[in-house]
Ligand binder design. Sequence first.
Ligand code: ADP
Ligand code: ADP
Ligand code: ZN
Length: 213
Amino acid sequence: MKLIFLGPPGAGKGTLAVRAVELLKIPHISTGAIFRSAIAAKSPLGLKVKAIIDGGRLVDDDTTIALVKERLAQGDAQKGYILDGFPRTIAQAEALAGFSPQGSAPDRVINFDIPDSAVLERLSGRRVCRNCGTNYHITFNKPAQEAVCDTCGGEVYTRDDDREEAVAKRLEVYREQTAPLIDYYRAKGLLIDVDARPSVDEVVANFKKALGI
Ligand code: ADP
Ligand code: ADP
Ligand code: ZN
């Protein structure tokens, strides 16, 4: 199954993706996570995108499209994928549709339905492991020991782009450049709305019901 997770920053895409990977046994491909590893490694890609991401803006389409094209060509993505955070523009969606003659286009697009107030609450409390990327929340999903990752013992920190100024910019960018993808995929008959407001377990149940699994 080839799935796209579409929704505003902080909607819970990454959190559901971790659960969906267990259910569907397909890789979770997060462009944001790939960019964050590149930044941590100080690779040429990381150096190029750091200021853009910290400011809450989008990395350019050419760079992002090339990255995803390469990732989807790898063996594990042939049986399916969860694309989390890509596409974020119509140009990216059109590129994805044309990646390879068959096989790259998504089967379903999961639209995370959630009000701004909930998104702000989730983003302001989000914490992430610097080492393995596991997500936490200071109220809804705390690590057992403060600021220490349950999975790997790494340092749990606040992403630079989860600061207030960057969050406002990201929500504006989402509305202008990414939200048009809702109608784009609805018109193709691929969109499934999932209520993303309740607890993680309930969102997982909503997701399973929506997919009939
Ligand atoms: P969130 O889900 O909280 O919005 P992500 O981890 O998906 O965050 O993305 C973090 C940042 O990485 C984005 O704000 C953007 O700067 C960059 N990014 C991620 N995916 C894309 C994309 N498809 N196109 C352009 N920039 C992207
Ligand atoms: P996204 O990938 O869409 O940006 P995340 O999965 O990183 O979103 O979730 C954002 C924050 O909200 C994280 O701190 C996460 O722990 C928390 N979170 C995710 N889903 C839920 C939920 N259903 N209820 C409460 N908090 C959630
Ligand atoms: Zn960790």
